[in-house]
Design a protein around this ligand. Structure first.
Ligand SMILES: Nc1nc2c(c(=O)[nH]1)N[C@H]1C(S)=C(S)[C@@H](COP(=O)(O)O)O[C@H]1N2
Ligand SMILES: [Mo]
Length: 225
C-alpha cells in the first residue's frame, strides 16, 4: 500500500516536470518579460544631475526599510478632516510634478537631483487646514521631525517626492516619501515621512533644530544659531 502511494507520487512529479519543461519551450520568448532594475537618469533639460547614490548617508538611526503594504501617511492636528493615506492613495489621487532642485547639507556637500512628487499644499487642501494652524510638523519612521511655517509650503510649490532621477526613491533616500525642502539646508529635507501634523506652536523645534540648528533652515543664512 505504502509502495503504491510512493509510485503514484513519483509519476505525478514526473508528469508535472515534463509539462513544465514543455511549457517553457512552447512559450515564445517575448511573452516572458524579465524585469531589469530601473536606471536613474543623469541629465535633464541639458543639465547634469548627481547620482541618487552620491549622498553621504548620515541619518540619525540609519537607513529605514519601510514595508509598503503596511505603510500609512497621516495628516492630523489642526485640520477639518484627519486623513490616512496608503502609498497608492497618494500616487493615484494627486497631480504629479517634477523639478530639479539642489540639496545642500551643512556638512559641505551638495547634489542636484530631478525630483518627482505631489504638492504638499494639495494634501493639506484635502485635509482642510484650520485657520489657527501656523506650523506644519513632519514626522518620520525613524522618529526624526522637522517643521515649517505653513506659508513656506503653500507659497513655494513644495513637493513630497517619491521618485529621484526617474527611479523610485531608494530606501536610503527616504522611500516612500521625502520632502524637497528647496532653499533650506539638508536637515529640513525629511525622509521616510509618516505624518504631517498641523500645529499652532510657532516655536516648535525638530530633531536638529532642538540641538542648535536654525529653525528657519534658510540656505542663505547661517545654519547654526
Ligand atoms: N527621517 C530623516 N530624515 C532626514 C535625516 C534623518 O536623519 N532622518 N537627515 C537629514 C539630513 S541631515 C540630510 S543632509 C538629508 C540628506 O541625508 P542623506 O544624505 O542621509 O540622504 O536628509 C535629511 N532628512
Ligand atoms: Mo545634513
Amino acid at each position: 500500500m505504502k509502495k503504491t502511494v510512493i509510485q503514484v507520487a513519483v509519476v505525478v512529479v514526473l508528469v508535472a516536470a515534463v509539462l513544465y519543461g514543455a511549457s517553457r519551450f512552447t512559450t515564445p520568448l517575448t511573452t516572458r518579460v524579465a524585469p531589469l532594475e530601473a536606471v536613474e537618469v543623469r541629465e535633464y533639460e541639458g543639465e547634469d544631475l548627481s547620482s541618487v547614490y552620491q549622498f553621504s548617508e548620515n541619518s540619525i538611526r540609519g537607513v529605514q526599510k519601510v514595508d509598503i503594504a503596511r505603510y500609512r501617511l497621516n495628516i492630523d492636528g489642526l485640520v477639518q478632516n484627519p486623513l490616512t493615506f496608503t502609498y497608492d492613495d497618494v500616487l493615484e489621487n494627486y497631480q504629479h510634478y517634477k523639478k530639479t532642485v539642489i540639496l545642500d547639507c551643512v556638512e559641505g556637500w551638495s547634489v542636484r537631483i530631478l525630483w518627482e512628487g505631489v504638492l504638499v499644499k494639495d494634501l493639506l487642501a484635502k485635509a482642510g487646514v484650520k485657520p489657527e494652524a501656523k506650523t506644519v510638523i513632519f514626522h518620520a519612521y525613524d522618529t526624526y521631525t522637522t517643521s515649517f511655517p505653513i506659508e513656506y509650503l503653500l507659497d513655494n510649490n513644495i513637493i513630497m517626492a517619491y521618485k529621484m532621477n526617474e527611479i523610485t526613491m531608494p530606501p536610503e533616500r527616504g522611500y516612500p516619501f521625502a520632502l524637497v525642502a528647496e532653499s533650506k539646508w539638508g536637515y529640513k529635507w525629511i525622509k521616510w515621512i509618516t505624518r504631517i501634523e498641523l500645529s499652532d506652536d510657532v516655536n516648535y523645534q525638530g530633531f536638529w533644530e532642538s540641538r542648535g540648528y536654525s529653525n528657519s533652515g534658510d540656505l542663505d543664512k547661517n545654519f547654526f544659531e
